[in-house]
Write a protein that binds this ligand. Structure first.
Ligand code: SAM
Ligand code: SF4
Length: 354
């Protein structure tokens, strides 16, 4: 192993802080260095977060989107996609089913769909908490106004997931027409001010991205001091302008995940569905490279097929019960435990930041 690699790894393990150049050295890991990186990330995960793997049921309640992100199959210009919206009743029923299967927390995700006004979503959130008894709600519906975020927070939303996607401002503007990294970051700041547990994250392997961009992604997530970070590979969708681009690499995604764990020891990091999609053992490997969360899809079957962010989504055609059994078996096979309770950020105790 390279001397500079071992030095950077030791520093990351001890101080959970690295310079841009040191992150690059870790991201350049090859062969046995990759294994060493994974072991270090796994040790940090065990030390700060223990062996619990939190399961968050995700309900993808609308695939309408007014944005046109070049990488995403839900983009407005994808006219081939059949669009759907779940009614409030269908969302509550899906959450009830998830609760019955032992999933205490729910993530509500959609394209950017103005059909769901802030008061409509606020009402659904209140009912999820009061009528269904959901332990914690994460919302992930993109870029909205401060007032919308405030209303949802007051209605009881605990967490908000808004991936910064890429820290390269020019790349961001090219891939997400009509939006800017600056606006995205402003919203992450608002969410922090409003008291949300904040989730960000990036896509690994975007066309035009470099290792430098990925190092900047990791430093940005550290600067934002995020409670969660979704880190997954780019998967090309055939009905997007990036259809012919190569997918993000498994090993690079695992390295970004591991370095993120080293620098964000207390953050919740999912072994993403995208990771499970590019490799059948992707989620297992993610759990061994620092991840401590899995987000099983609990969208009702007639709809979930049409939430086509990218093709070939892992577990798409399985019954929810079957998916949960195999995920639990995966967790047990790694000598880990299924998380109990809402699985709040360890930085939060009784609503107070430590
Ligand atoms: N519309 C909201 C937003 O963009 O924040 C939430 C839904 S969006 C479908 C959820 C995530 O999907 C995005 O944050 C992005 O990282 C991811 N995504 C979209 N297209 C992807 C692709 N082709 N490969 C991997 N991840 C993708
Ligand atoms: Fe819409 Fe989100 Fe997909 Fe962009 S990533 S097209 S905002 S669903």
């Amino acid at each position: 192993m390279r001397h500079e690699f071992m030095e950077a790894l030791a520093k990351a393990r001890e101080a959970h802080s690295l310079e841009h150049q040191e992150i690059l050295i870790l991201l350049q890991a090859r062969g046995e260095e990759v294994d060493a990186l994974g072991r270090a990330a796994d040790a940090v995960r065990a030390k700060y977060l223990g062996d619990e793997v939190h399961l968050r049921g995700i309900i993808e309640f609308s695939n309408y989107c007014c944005r046109n992100c070049l990488y995403c199959g839900l983009r407005r210009d994808n006219r081939k996609l059949r669009r759907y919206r779940l009614t409030p009743g269908e969302i509550l029923a899906a959450a009830r089913k998830a609760a019955g299967l032992g999933l205490p927390t729910i993530v509500l995700q959609s394209g950017e769909d103005p059909h769901y006004t802030a008061p409509v979503l606020a009402d659904i959130i209140r009912r999820l908490k009061e009528e269904v008894g959901v332990g914690a709600v994460t919302l992930s519906v993109g870029e909205r106004s401060f007032e919308d975020y405030r209303l949802w927070r007051e209605a009881g939303v605990d967490r908000y997931l808004l991936k910064h996607e890429t820290a390269g401002a020019t790349l961001f503007a090219r891939l997400r027409p009509g939006t800017t990294l600056q606006d995205r970051l402003l919203r992450l700041k608002w969410l922090r001010e409003l008291g949300y547990q904040v989730g960000s994250g990036n896509i690994v392997g975007l066309p035009g991205q470099t290792l430098e961009t990925l190092a900047a992604d990791i430093l940005l997530m550290r600067e934002l001091d995020v409670e969660m970070a979704g880190i997954g590979p780019f998967i090309p969708h055939p009905q997007t302008p990036l259809a012919k681009e190569p997918p993000g690499e498994l090993e690079l995604t695992l390295k970004v995940l591991a370095v993120s764990r080293l620098l964000l020891p207390r953050a919740h990091l999912p072994a993403t569905t995208a990771l499970g999609t590019i490799h059948p053992q992707g989620r297992r490997m993610g759990l061994c490279f620092g991840a401590n969360v899995i987000m099983p899809d609990v969208t009702p079957p007639p709809y979930r097929y049409y939430y086509q962010i990218y093709p070939g989504k892992a577990g798409l055609h399985e019954e929810m019960e079957t998916t949960l059994v195999s995920l639990k078996n995966l967790i047990f096979s790694l000598n880990r435990r299924v998380g109990s309770g809402p699985g709040h950020s360890p930085k939060i105790q009784g609503g107070m930041e430590q």
